[in-house]
Design a protein. Sequence first.
Length: 190
Amino acid sequence: MIKTDPTLHTPKILVERFNQLFLESHNTLLVCCEEEPIYRPADANHPHHRIIFAHGFFASALHEIAHWCVAGKERRLLEDFGYWYIPDGRTPAQQAKFEQVEIKPQALEWIFSHSANFTFHFSADNLTGDSGPSETFQQAVLAQVHYYLESGLPKRAQRWSDSLIAYFRPNNPLHNSEFTLPSQRLHSRN
C-alpha cells in the first residue's frame, strides 16, 4: 500500500526534478502555483513553455505533466494544448466526452503517482455533477495503464517516470500487479 509522505511529496521536489529533465531538452518549466492549472506556451514575455499546477498540490503537478506527455508537438504550442474545457456541472454527455479524453492522461498520472510512491485518485473533475468517475472510465484507465506498462510509455513519460522512481523508490521498478481498482482489491482479500 502506498503511503503519501507530506514531508517527502513536496512541490519543490517535482519542480526541481522536472526542470532539470526538460528545461533544456524541451524548453519547458514546471511552475507552481496558480488558482487553476494551465499550460502556457512560450511567448514574447516568457521564453519557456510553462506547465502551471494549482495550489502546490503534488497530484495537480503529476496530472498536468501527464497532459503534457500526451500532447504532441503542435498541441504544445497552444495554450492548454488547445483542449476544450467545460467547468463543473457538465451534462452526462459532456462528462462522457470528458472521460474519453482523460483516459491517457489519468493512466499516466497513475503511473507517475506509483513511480513517486504517491496515492492516486481518479478524477471526474465535476464536483457539482451527480457522480464521481464512472466504472467504465476507471476500467479504461486501468487498461491503458497495463497497455503502457506492457508496450512502453511515450518517451517523455518514460523519462519522467524513471526520474520519479530513481528518487522515490530506487531499485523498485513498477509492476502491473501494483495497478488494480478498489473493487479488485476487495475481492483479492476474500
